[in-house]
Design a protein around this ligand. Structure first.
Ligand SMILES: CC(C)(COP(=O)(O)OP(=O)(O)OC[C@H]1O[C@@H](n2cnc3c(N)ncnc32)[C@H](O)[C@@H]1OP(=O)(O)O)[C@@H](O)C(=O)NCCC(=O)NCCS
Length: 162
């Protein structure tokens, strides 16, 4: 499998927040932002793997600022680290005021996707080419998050057996 650099799958999506996306205060719904994060993360991972994918985990999510109707919502997704059949993607969400161009980071999410075939079997994903010190740091941080995620999964799994 041909290794790929993160820039090959890097994805930026932009859309305007419409009244249908908003709560009664005129701010985009948290659930809508989560939906867009899932899609933005999946697109970058599809571009890296060129396989079917399922979302395995979404790390905890914070909403630092509200995004109002008429603002742009921008999602930047970057594959941070690739494991065997799974990979992690970082999705940064920004608001942008259309009249001023004022841009703010509103959320940062880390998601894990697992590559599958049409029968649901897990399949290996192409390696990520780590080229710079920054790429290396990002991947090391992803490995630490992965360990914590799998620890939490084990803890939740043991609840299911009670
Ligand atoms: C996610 C899922 C495929 C994992 O299947 P599984 O058989 O329990 O997983 P395994 O223990 O064999 O692990 C497979 C890979 O997924 C990773 N993984 C599994 N659960 C994970 C989790 N909660 N967080 C992070 N990684 C996870 C493993 O680390 C492993 O990665 P690797 O091959 O790169 O080392 C399975 O639980 C599933 O299908 N869940 C539902 C997914 C879904 O419906 N998502 C929403 C709609 S797309």
């Amino acid at each position: 499998m041909r290794p790929k650099v993160a820039s090959e799958s890097y994805t930026e999506t932009v859309q305007v927040v419409l009244p249908n996306d908003a709560n009664s205060l005129g701010f985009i719904l948290g659930g809508t932002v989560m939906h867009l994060i899932d899609i933005a993360g999946a697109i970058a991972c599809h571009r890296h793997t060129r396989t079917l994918l399922v979302t395995a985990a979404v790390d905890d999510l914070q909403f630092l600022h509200s995004i109002k109707v008429g603002d742009l919502i921008i999602l930047k997704s970057r594959v941070t680290c690739v494991f065997t059949t799974s990979l992690e993607v970082q999705v940064d969400v920004f608001s942008e005021e259309t009249l001023t161009g004022n841009r703010q980071l509103t959320s940062r999410a880390f998601l894990t996707f697992v590559a599958i075939d049409r029968d649901g079997n897990h399949v290996r994903v192409p390696p990520l080419l780590v080229e710079t010190d920054d790429d290396r740091r990002v991947c090391e941080e992803a490995q630490a998050r992965r360990a914590e995620r799998l620890r939490k999964k084990m803890a939740i799994g043991s609840l299911g057996r009670q």
